[in-house]
Design a protein around this ligand. Sequence first.
Ligand code: SAM
Length: 280
Amino acid sequence: MGNESTDGLGVIRISDGDFVRLTEYLRNRFGINLTKKRVLIEGRLNQYLVRNGYDNYTNYLDAVFADPTGAELSNILNYLTTNYSFFMREWEHFEFYRTRILPELKETVKDHDLRLWSAGCSTGEEAYTLSMVTGDFFGADAPSWDRTVLATDISRKVLNFATAGAYSAEAVEPLPKGWKLAHFTKLPDGRYQAKESLRKEVLFRPFNLMEKSFPFKKKFHVIFCRNVMIYFEPQTKIELVGRFYDALAPGGYLIVGQSESLDRSATRLSYVMPSIYHKV
Ligand SMILES: C[S@@+](CC[C@H](N)C(=O)[O-])C[C@H]1O[C@@H](n2cnc3c(N)ncnc32)[C@H](O)[C@@H]1O
């Protein structure tokens, strides 16, 4: 049925036309393919529509596309993107980074300016984990290295959360005790906030990975882009991986999620092991 209506459960249904309008826009502008996710869209946006007085998607989408500030669009992204993340996620990657990548970089990066990027950083757990592993590796030498992690995402909401760096007690549970003590302060409400010393090592910035050219002046040694490209079309992914290749310094690494893989015939990156690629 193509008409918009509210069903017996109070869920506002999106019409075929509005569904195409929304999913095409998200696909073209952000690479996110939700063309088979009608139920997810309706489930996640319903409350927002109701709270803001909309009883149909046509009026809501008109408002989103007409909003010159981009705030409505940012909201929609906050609801529709999957921001799930956690500390120490896919720990094998950090092991590889600690035992293989960092020793290489220690030898080869003569100006001590490490270029690390968490692309699609969500609420910051990946970037902070990366920063703690790096700090640990250099130990007493850490202050002589620029270890700033660039952490980017399209969702302002997750970036605000990440910048504040306050996590629930459950969220910090996977962290080694020593790291929790060294890098987090317990707040009166029971949450744990990343200390300023850790927060200043990570630079959170809004950035859409669909930008046709990346604005970064210096090349990266390591790019983590994990669990971000899962909704991307194959061609979108190939093009993005091409931009990652160009953004990497020779010898640099791209790490994707463990459930993801790259089309090896379509990338100049060399395969190291599942989910880890190298610019030779
Ligand atoms: C599931 S989270 C992954 C977080 C972290 N990398 C991890 O593996 O735990 C995916 C993130 O990718 C972001 N994202 C999706 N499309 C994006 C795009 N076109 N540009 C930048 N970020 C994007 C989403 O906003 C979301 O926060």
